[in-house]
Design a binder for this molecule. Structure first.
Ligand code: BTN
Length: 326
C-alpha cells in the first residue's frame, strides 16, 4: 500500500522532497529513502535523488487508474464488465482470472496489472511484462455450448484489438495468424486464450491480451523477436494506458458477449482485411514438421488456408513465418 501511494506521488516525474513524502506516508525520511530504493530495484524504475530537491522518477510513469478507465467505457462495455481488478504486480493476469473463476467469479471479470512477474505467452514462452509500460489484460467469459463453439474466438479477439487500436488512431495494424498483432512486421501485441470446463458443455474462457504501449529498450532485452510499442508508432500522441485499456474493453466485451451466437464467420472478412501474410509465401512450423506454401487467409472456423504443391491445406495450429528471401 505504501508503495502504491509513493508511486502515485512520484508518477508525474516531478521532484518530491523526502519530507513531503514522509508526511504523506506518515513515516520517517529514512523509511522513505528505503522504500524509494526498494521500488526502484523491484520495479526497474529510474529514480533520481538530488540533495535539497528530493526524489523523482525520470520521465514519470503512466499508472492505470480505475476511475479513468470506467469514465472512458461506452455503455455496452460498462454493462458487460462485472468487476475491474488492477494489481500492482501479479504472476499472470490470466492465472489470476482463472483462480478467481474457480472461486466463483462471474463473466465480465477484468484482471489487469501494472506488472506481471510470470507473464505467459503462447507455446510456453515468457511474456515480458515490465512495470507500468504495457497492457496486461485478462477477461473471463462463459459459454454454454462447449469448446467447439469457440473456434476462431482468438482470431476474433485479434479483430477487436485491431479495432481498438484504430479507435486510438494507431495506424496500419495487421494480424498474423493465429493471433499476433503486428505493425510493420514487428509484434505489438499477443493473445492467449485459456479454457476450463466441459469440452461439450458450459466452459469458462480467459482471454489474455498483452499490448506494448511504451516499453523501455532496457526492460525489453529479454524479447527474442522484432517488437514495437504504441509510443514508437504514434510518438507524443501516445494515449495513456487507462485510455488504451478502456478502448480494448469497449471492443472486447461486446465481442465476447456476441461471439457464441455469431461465431467466427461474423468476423472472418474483417480478419482477412487485416491479414499481414495473405498472398505471401510462408513457412508453417507445427512443432513436428515444417511446410512451405502461400498463405490464403482463413476459413470460417479460423483455420489457416495454406496453398501447397499438393493443394490447399487447412491448418488448425502452428506458427507461421515469412519464407526468407521472399
Ligand atoms: C503471445 O505469445 O503472443 C501471447 C501473449 C499473451 C500475453 C498476455 S499478457 C496478459 C495475459 N496474461 C498472461 O500471462 N499472458 C496474457
Amino acid at each position: 500500500m505504501a508503495a502504491t501511494t509513493l508511486l502515485n506521488l512520484l508518477a508525474d516525474g516531478e521532484f518530491c522532497s523526502g519530507q513531503s513524502l514522509a508526511d504523506a506516508l506518515g513515516v520517517s525520511r529514512t523509511a522513505v529513502w528505503k522504500q524509494v530504493n526498494k521500488i526502484a530495484a523491484d520495479l526497474g524504475l529510474d529514480i533520481e535523488t538530488v540533495r535539497g530537491r528530493g526524489y523523482r522518477i525520470v520521465g514519470g510513469i503512466d499508472l492505470l487508474n480505475k476511475a479513468a478507465v470506467r469514465a472512458q467505457l461506452a455503455a455496452p462495455a460498462r454493462s458487460l464488465m462485472s468487476e475491474l481488478v488492477i494489481h500492482e504486480a501479479v504472476d499472470s493476469t490470466n492465472s489470476d482470472a482463472l483462480r478467481r473463476a474457480r472461486l466463483g467469479a462471474v463473466p465480465g471479470l477484468v484482471c489487469t496489472a501494472e506488472q506481471q512477474t510470470a507473464g505467459r505467452g503462447r507455446r510456453g514462452r515468457e511474456w515480458v511484462s515490465p512495470f507500468a509500460s504495457n497492457i496486461y489484460l485478462s477477461v473471463l467469459w462463459q459459454y454454454e455450448q462447449g469448446a467447439a463453439a469457440l473456434e476462431g474466438l482468438s482470431l476474433a479477439v485479434g479483430v477487436a484489438v485491431a479495432r481498438a487500436l484504430e479507435a486510438l488512431s494507431v495506424p496500419d495494424v495487421r494480424l498474423k495468424w493465429p493471433n499476433d498483432v503486428l505493425h510493420n512486421g514487428a509484434k505489438l501485441g499477443g493473445i492467449l486464450l485459456e479454457m476450463e470446463g466441459d469440452a461439450a458443455g458450459p466452459c469458462k474462457v480467459v482471454v489474455g491480451i498483452g499490448l506494448n504501449v511504451a516499453m523501455s529498450r532496457k526492460l525489453a532485452l529479454g524479447i527474442d523477436q522484432a517488437w514495437t510499442d504504441i509510443a514508437s508508432i504514434v510518438g507524443d500522441a501516445a494515449p495513456a494506458r487507462s485510455h488504451v485499456l478502456a478502448a480494448l474493453l469497449n471492443e472486447l466485451l461486446p465481442l465476447l458477449s456476441a461471439f457464441e451466437a455469431r461465431g467466427f464467420a461474423g468476423y472472418r472478412s474483417h480478419w482477412q482485411g487485416l491479414d499481414a501474410y495473405g498472398g505471401q509465401t510462408v513457412v508453417l512450423d507445427t512443432g513436428s514438421r515444417q511446410m512451405a506454401g502461400i498463405a490464403r487467409g482463413v476459413d470460417e472456423r479460423g483455420a489457416l488456408l495454406l496453398e501447397t504443391s499438393s493443394g490447399v491445406q487447412t491448418i488448425y495450429g502452428g506458427e507461421i513465418s515469412l519464407r526468407p528471401g521472399t
